[in-house]
Write a new protein. Structure first.
Length: 417
């Protein structure tokens, strides 16, 4: 919420801000884009090597500043490093030289909050704390006490946010309700911007901005085809912005279609890609989408179709929703999944393909991320890949393949260098 408020407030002041998101998140960038007026991109040191990180950061070359939203706690990452780091926000800050603005919940404490901030400031010599924004401040007296503590340890206070219970965004099981589902998103962002502008020194924050990679070109990523039929609606929206940008830079044409509107993939496309999303919330509509289902089956007779997570589940035989109702899916694969018995699957994935998928040859190692609550009831088809987590431990969700159809539970981020 602070990130969105800052993006809105800075944009209102005429500052061109390039938003980024640390780590594997496909919901937050859409909110960033709405607030900043330009596309937001993920930066992930576990999944992306230095070259790719620098190339994606180059999207901000024409901006006045960059603003990256962190993930989890500042120093929280996986135990074993990946492409060039462990995925922590601190790792990104250290590589870029970008200063960190801590957002501290100071409810229930006063001067003690300074000890927490000082601990963050001293934890790593490679990370510079530019200042703090105090959150959930109870009163002017409370703010004065917290500020006194910060002054005593030499940490700048960039703002103090009083408690607000009305500035909220609704959530569901995979995170925030998607940006495209909010009819009043512009009003929400405007309110957040006004709130932040009133309580944060935006000029001082902007003056802190420094660091960054040497200039480079945004990456051209091998597309799955030259004409890509891409499912795109409220049930199929989880795809990383750097992939879409990279595919277009490589010359690919993206042909969106909406399964929820009972649209079939364009027959002139040479590949169909079904991203993740929330098919479990729309099982009945997907089951009733005869034109979509028959069009996809016809397409898959002689052209590749690949699905990720929710898209993979829709390629299966059936999906059981949280209420226990079974919905017929497209039947390109034998996969059967259920949300009636939910179990969280979360973490980075490294997969070595046992068969090709669109854009990637057999034997290619792919880095990705898995986050879903589906339980597999049946998966009778051939495994698509050998999959391990960030520690190298084997993962049972191998994906599957049948004919021209393939799918995985993880979302592709990058090829392993």
């Amino acid at each position: 919420m602070v990130t969105l408020g800052l993006l809105s407030a800075l944009r209102e002041r005429g500052t061109v801000v390039q938003p980024f998101k640390n780590g594997p998140d496909y919901i937050d960038p859409a909110f960033h884009a709405a607030a900043a007026g330009r596309a937001s991109f993920n930066l992930d040191s576990w999944a992306m090597d230095e070259t790719m990180l620098a190339a994606i950061a180059a999207h901000g070359a024409d901006a006045d500043m960059a603003l990256a939203e962190g993930s989890m706690g500042l120093f929280d990452g996986v135990a074993a490093p990946g492409a060039c780091g462990n995925g922590a926000s601190a790792e990104l800050a250290a590589r870029t030289g970008w200063p960190v603005v801590l957002v501290l919940d100071v409810s229930g404490q006063a001067q003690s909050a300074a000890a927490v901030a000082q601990g963050f400031a001293r934890f790593s010599p490679d990370v510079r704390i530019g200042g703090v924004i105090l959150n959930k401040v109870a009163s002017p007296r409370h703010e004065a006490l917290v500020r006194a503590g910060m002054e005593a340890v030499g940490i700048a206070v960039l703002g103090a946010l009083p408690r607000r219970t009305d500035l909220v965004l609704p959530e569901r099981h995979l995170g925030l309700v998607q940006a495209e589902e909010h009819s009043d998103l512009s009003e929400i962002l405007a309110s957040l911007g006004q709130f932040i502008a009133a309580h944060v020194d935006c000029d001082r924050l902007r003056d802190l901005a420094q660091g960054g990679w040497p200039a480079g070109d945004p990456p051209a990523i091998t597309p799955p085809g030259q004409r890509i039929a891409l499912a795109r609606d409220a049930a199929f929206s989880f795809i990383y912005p750097h992939l879409l940008s990279g595919w277009r830079k490589a010359g690919a044409q993206i042909l969106p279609f909406s399964p929820l509107a009972d649209e079939a993939p364009a027959p002139e496309a040479d590949v169909c890609w079904l991203p993740g999303g929330y098919p479990e919330l729309h099982g009945g509509r997907i089951a009733a989408a005869d034109r979509f289902r028959e069009g996809l089956r016809t397409f898959a007779q002689d052209k590749p179709v690949h699905g990720e997570c929710g898209g993979y589940m829709v390629m299966g035989e059936s999906l059981i929703d949280a209420q226990g109702t079974a919905h017929r899916m497209t039947g390109l694969l034998g996969l059967e999944t259920s949300f009636a018995r939910r179990r969280m699957h979360l973490g980075y994935r490294l997969a070595r393909l046992a068969a090709p998928i669109p854009g990637h040859a057999e034997g290619t190692a792919l880095r990705g991320h898995e986050f879903h609550y589906a339980t597999i009831l049946a998966q009778p088809d051939s495994p698509l890949a050998e999959v391990v987590d960030a520690t190298g431990t084997a993962v049972a969700e191998t994906g599957s393949r049948r004919g021209w159809a393939s799918g995985t539970f993880f979302h592709l981020i990058a090829e392993k260098a």
